[in-house]
Design a protein around this ligand. Structure first.
Ligand code: HEC
Length: 410
């Protein structure tokens, strides 16, 4: 009843559910506002201070929207703020990061074939990198570079690529992609929390006091929101990538991530232009397709034998030691090699499986011990693996896995 592994997995699903919902709300409202903003029309007879208007129809009614560039003349009676979409996405994402990559750090965060970091050091790098990244980015934006938005964008891209490369030096491929996404999303939420909303508050306070708000606040917010606009799509890709080992499970994963950021720009550029009725730049789709093809080619680099050798040679972590020395491990090892390794190996033998699914490798004792909880959940207490029981796993074998896991976990 109180088996930690089971409760933990449900917690993970619950938080993930929340995170996806809040992210839909955030990105959905962000897409909506960008498209509306670009679609505004300058018509005669707008009220003083208004820049454009738009009519929309949705859900059985008509909406009439007008945009005031700096602020209306007087403080409106009702004002809806859009900020919790962003904050709750970041908060739930941070919780999910802790559940999957900090608590599960030995398996998902630190790559033991690359560094000797212990868990708390990996966690410290994870947390510090997200904070420092924002500080660097914010300093760049506040320097004179804000007058040169294109150069600023190029520097931001360079920063992201450098971070991606840096993460690969210590983290697993999954953790690298995910952290790069989290790093980017942290910039986006911090833009809302530290810049856009506080500036908006100053404008509101000015209005309430009867002062004329300074247009510079709107300009600063616009720069940050433009960055957020171009970063949105890559973040979603990076977050999803951990389900696709071809994206993260190669040594070129940081280059793949860099190309994904460029795809984010080419795709957004198309929609930004079309929504602004400024043309139909089809070349962006050619560029996007070429970038995607380059990514696919990069993912085909074979997994190296040296990776396998390094895995075999490395010392077991204390946690892995517990599972590897627990009663029943030898049997479990035979079961896994017989029922799982045809798919979960560096060179899968199962037709149609070109790369170990989810990059879960179950070949060496260290890998089997490291994945103890996953093996228990996927093939001990549930029948999720093997898919459709294609390798004819017997109930006694599942029982043996569950018994081994429970012995070691206690
Ligand atoms: C026929 C090929 C095949 C066999 C055999 C197989 N798996 Fe898998 N495994 C897959 C595929 C495909 C996925 C990815 C499923 C998905 O994307 O949801 C996967 C995913 C997994 C995952 C990751 C689950 C997640 O959501 O992160 C684990 C852990 C796993 N398998 C363990 C095992 C174990 C243990 C066995 C043996 C008892 C086994 N697999 C046998 C194909 C296989």
């Amino acid at each position: 009843m109180f088996e930690l592994a089971i409760w933990w997995d449900w917690l993970s699903l619950g938080v993930r559910w929340l995170h996806v919902i809040t992210a839909i709300a955030w990105i959905g409202s962000s897409f909506y506002f960008i498209a509306m903003d670009l679609g505004l029309r300058q018509v005669p007879h707008l009220p003083p201070g208004a820049y454009g208007e738009e009519w929309q129809v949705h859900g059985g009614g008509f909406y009439h929207i007008q945009k005031y560039l700096v602020a209306p003349e007087n403080m409106p009676e009702h004002l809806t703020w859009f900020k919790w979409e962003s904050y709750s996405t970041w908060l739930s994402g941070a919780a999910l990061l802790m559940i999957v990559y900090w608590a599960g750090g030995e398996l998902y965060l630190i790559d033991a074939t690359k560094t000797d970091l212990v868990l708390w050091q990996g966690i410290a790098i994870s947390a510090a990198s997200l904070t420092v990244g924002w500080l660097v980015y914010n300093a760049l934006c506040k320097s004179g570079l804000s007058e040169r938005p294109t150069l600023l964008m190029v520097l931001l891209f360079t920063l992201l690529v450098a971070m991606g490369w840096g993460y690969t030096q210590v983290f697993t491929g999954r953790a690298m992609m995910l952290h790069l996404g989290a790093f980017t999303a942290t910039i986006m939420t911090a833009n809302v929390f530290f810049i856009i909303i506080p500036n908006q508050r100053i404008v509101v306070a000015d209005l309430q006091a009867g002062r004329k708000p300074d247009p510079k606040y709107g300009k600063i917010a616009k720069l940050r929101s433009t960055h957020n606009n171009y970063l949105t799509l890559p973040v979603v890709f990076l977050m999803l990538s951990n389900h696709y080992p071809l994206a993260f499970g190669t040594q070129h994963n940081w280059i793949i991530a860099a190309l994904v950021f460029l795809m984010g720009v080419t795709i957004r550029h198309y929609f930004n232009t079309v929504h602004a009725r400024a043309g139909n730049p089809r070349w962006t789709w050619v560029a996007t397709t070429l970038l995607f093809l380059a990514i696919i080619l990069l993912s085909m680099a074979p997994l190296s034998q040296s990776d396998y050798d390094a895995e075999e040679a490395r010392a077991l972590t204390p946690r892995e030691q517990v599972f590897a020395s627990a009663e029943g491990f030898e049997d479990v090892q035979d079961i896994v090699l017989g029922r799982c390794s045809m798919c979960h190996s560096r060179e899968p033998g199962w037709p149609g499986i070109a790369h170990a699914p989810k990059n879960v490798l179950l070949e060496t004792p260290s890998e089997i011990a490291a994945h103890a909880r996953e093996i228990f959940l996927q093939a001990g207490v549930s029948e999720a693996m093997p898919p459709a029981n294609v390798s004819w796993m017997e109930p006694e074998e599942r029982a043996a896995i569950a018994a081994w896991y429970r012995t070691a976990a206690n």
